[in-house]
Design a protein. Structure first.
Length: 305
């Protein structure tokens, strides 16, 4: 080896950087993004924000391939409580469960309450729960199976809900979700049925990272001085129904509002009727002399001498 040639210097291999999904920037690119699955399987569009936004950081929504369902991060807001603690975020909420079931089970839970002994004397709980302990309840899915669920609702907010909404039936509450891509001076909401699975209420909706559901005792008429518009939920229950309607074969019922070929031509004269007022070839030639008559009327020339 000559002095001009230096030995190669050993360098460490570059670190392995896993590519992230271009849509959500959370999951690895090799895995199926929950946003694409939500759009194809549940017909709901998830709009992701920049990675530095807090709402993007707390979003833990994923697609459970083993059960073919979305496991949502859900935010519940109760504006009528006031400007203080009036909302909380739940994670791990299966879209086959009902938000109304979550609301009812939380109000029926014993967290933060006192129990009375047989003599009617209030007695503290055996173990004093911490402020951020989860509330463990059971949620029923659309197939009737109960799933364990740990709610992250704060203790203070739960006590406020029990005192303000404990006597209000579920069907008397107004459940709304904000409609995206509407002007700020025209707030628009869509009704949510809390007694139906969540995936049926989010169909054909656009959510910002995860759904935010608003709960009212009375439907709001204005927000920030702007009139509120409340839309009814979408009538079509499945995307298959919508696609099927657009792909139906053309039948007499489909064309009931359009005239058939015979009806369309009913107001137009037929070929024979159109030609009735015009003379035929024989009638047109009746007034003209024939070839013999034309020659008879012409003078004959004398034969040449």
């Amino acid at each position: 080896m000559s002095e001009a040639e230096a030995p190669p210097v050993a360098t460490d291999p570059p670190p392995l950087v896993k590519s992230k999904c271009e849509q959500c920037n959370i999951h690895d690119a090799k895995y199926k993004c929950p946003g694409s699955r939500a759009k194809s399987e549940r017909q709901v569009y998830i709009r992701y924000m920049s990675p530095g936004i807090q709402r993007h950081k707390v979003n833990k929504t994923l697609w459970a391939s083993s059960r073919s369902r979305l496991v949502w991060t859900v935010e519940i807001v109760v504006p009528e409580i006031g400007a203080g603690l009036n909302k909380w975020i739940e994670t791990g909420f299966h879209d086959v469960c009902r938000v109304g079931d979550l609301w009812t089970r939380l109000l029926q839970s014993t967290r933060g309450t006192r129990r009375a002994d047989a003599d009617g004397i209030d007695e503290a709980q055996p173990r004093k729960r911490a402020r951020n302990d989860p509330v463990r309840i059971q949620l029923t899915s659309d197939d009737g199976v109960e799933h364990p669920f740990s709610s992250a609702i704060p203790l203070e907010l739960l006590q406020t809900l029990k005192s303000d909404f404990g006597q209000t039936p579920l069907e008397d509450l107004v459940w709304l979700i904000r409609v995206q891509d509407t002007p700020a001076n025209k707030p628009t909401f869509c009704k949510v049925n809390p007694s139906e699975p969540l995936y049926t209420q989010l169909r054909y909706q656009t959510v910002l990272e995860f759904p935010t559901i608003y709960v009212y005792k009375q439907a709001p008429t204005e927000i920030g001085g702007h009139v509120v518009t409340i839309e009814e939920p979408h009538v079509a229950s499945t995307k298959t129904e919508v696609d099927t309607k657009s792909e139906l074969p053309i039948t007499e019922e489909v064309c009931a509002g359009e005239p058939m070929a015979e009806e369309a031509c009913a107001g137009e004269p037929m070929v024979e009727e159109a030609c009735a007022g015009e003379p035929t070839a024989e009638e047109a030639c009746e007034g003209e002399p024939t070839a013999e008559e034309a020659c008879a009327s012409e003078p004959t020339e004398p034969p040449p001498a």
